[in-house]
Design a protein around this ligand. Structure first.
Ligand code: G1P
Length: 299
C-alpha cells in the first residue's frame, strides 16, 4: 500500500528559541530563503506524500496561512509582471492536500500524533517533525527510503536514525540495534534521552518515521514518561515488546539533520543554507571570508 499521508507535529512552543518564537512558530523561522516547515513539506512531496496533516497549537496559524493560496498576492505579482517572484510561490499550487488539527494540551510528542488518529484512520503514515530539516536544502530521500523499506519488509514501523556524538544522546530517542542488513537494521529497543553512560548506541531518532495505524493503540496505552510527557518513543518500545517489527534506516553522510529547536543548531543551519544558496551563496561566502579575517580567532 503506497504511503501518501504524513502527520507533521508543529505544536511545540519553541521555548528554547525565545524571544524569537514569542509570537511566531519556530517552524516558520527562515533558514535561507524558506521557512523551516516548507523544507519539510517539500521533502515529503518529493517522497510521494500527497496529504499533510499538521498537528498545531496556540500561535501556529501562520503555518496555515503559509500553505494557503494567496490569490491577491498572486494577482498583484502577475499584474506587476513579477514572474520571478511568482515562481517563488509555486509551492502553493503543488498537488498537495492540507489538514489541520490541534493538540489542545501539551502532553508530549506521542499525544500530538494521537491527535491525528481520526484523520489518519487505518492508513499507514509518515511522521515528520516540523522543526527538523534533513540534508542541505532538504535534499534527502530518506523518507522515500523509509517508505520503501516499510513496504518491502512489511514492517510495523520504520525510523530514520542519525549517528550523534555520545554526549548528545541525552537529547534524542536512542536505538538498541540488533541484526544489521544491507540498507536497514532491526531494533531491539528504543530509549528516550538516556544518559551517555546508559545509551545502548549513538543512533538517534532523526525525526522521520513511518507507522501502521496500530501505533495509535500503543500510544493510547502509554503512560507519561520522560518529562512527564506521553512519549512516542515509549509507544514504539511497547510495539517492540508486543513482537512488532520495527526497523531503522541510517541517514547517509550527506543527510545531516538540522534541528531548528535551539539557537546553536538553528544558527548553524541558517549559515550553511545561506552560504550555499544558489543565488546569494557566492557573494555571501566572499563577505564571510572578509568578515572572518577581521574577527579575532577564538580558542
Ligand atoms: C523528539 C523525540 C526524540 C527524537 C527527537 C528528534 O524529542 O522524542 O525521540 O530523537 O524528537 O528531534 P524532542 O526534540 O521533541 O524533545
Amino acid at each position: 500500500m503506497a504511503v501518501d499521508l504524513a502527520v507533521v507535529p508543529v505544536a511545540g512552543r519553541g521555548t528554547r528559541l525565545l524571544p524569537l518564537t514569542k509570537s511566531q512558530p519556530k517552524e516558520m523561522l527562515p533558514v535561507g530563503q524558506k521557512p523551516v516547515v516548507q523544507y519539510v513539506a517539500d521533502e515529503l512531496a518529493e517522497a510521494g506524500v500527497r496529504r499533510l496533516v499538521f498537528v498545531t497549537g496556540p500561535g501556529k496559524v501562520a503555518i496555515e496561512n503559509h500553505f494557503d493560496i494567496n490569490e491577491e498576492l498572486i494577482a498583484r505579482l502577475r499584474e506587476g509582471g513579477q514572474e520571478d517572484m511568482l515562481a517563488k510561490l509555486a509551492f502553493e499550487r503543488e498537488d498537495l492536500e492540507y489538514f489541520y488539527t490541534r493538540q489542545r494540551r501539551q502532553l508530549g510528542l506521542g499525544h500530538a500524533i494521537l491527535c491525528a488518529k481520526q484523520i489518519v484512520s487505518d492508513q499507514p503514515f509518515v511522521v515528520a517533525l516540523g522543526d527538523s530539516i534533513i540534508g542541505l536544502h532538504a535534499e534527502s530521500d530518506v523518507v522515500r527510503r523509509t517508505i520503501e523499506i516499510f513496504d518491502r519488509e512489511q514492517a510495523d514501523a520504520v525510523i530514520a536514525f542519525e549517528t550523534v556524538p555520545r554526549q548528545d544522546v541525552v537529547h534524542y530517542g536512542i536505538a538498541r540495534p540488533k541484526a544489521v542488513h544491507a540498507d536497514f537494521f532491526e531494533l531491539e529497543d528504543l530509549v528516550e534521552k538516556p544518559s551517555p553512560a546508559d545509551a545502548p548506541s549513538c543512533l538517534a531518532v532523526a525525526g522521520r518515521y513511518v507507522f501502521r495505524s496500530s501505533i495509535f493503540k500503543f500510544i493510547e496505552e502509554t503512560p507519561p514518561g520522560k518529562g512527564n510527557e506521553i512519549q512516542l518513543t515509549d509507544a514504539i518500545g511497547a510495539l517492540l515488546k508486543s513482537g512488532g517489527k520495527v526497523l531503522g534506516v541510517p541517514l547517509t553522510s550527506g543527510e545531516h539533520r538540522y534541528d531548528i529547536g535551539n539557537f546553536a543548531s538553528y544558527f548553524r543551519a541558517f549559515v550553511e543554507f545561506a552560504l550555499q544558496d544558489p543565488e546569494y551563496g557566492t557573494a555571501l561566502r566572499e563577505h564571510t571570508r572578509q568578515l572572518l579575517a577581521r574577527l579575532p580567532a577564538s580558542e
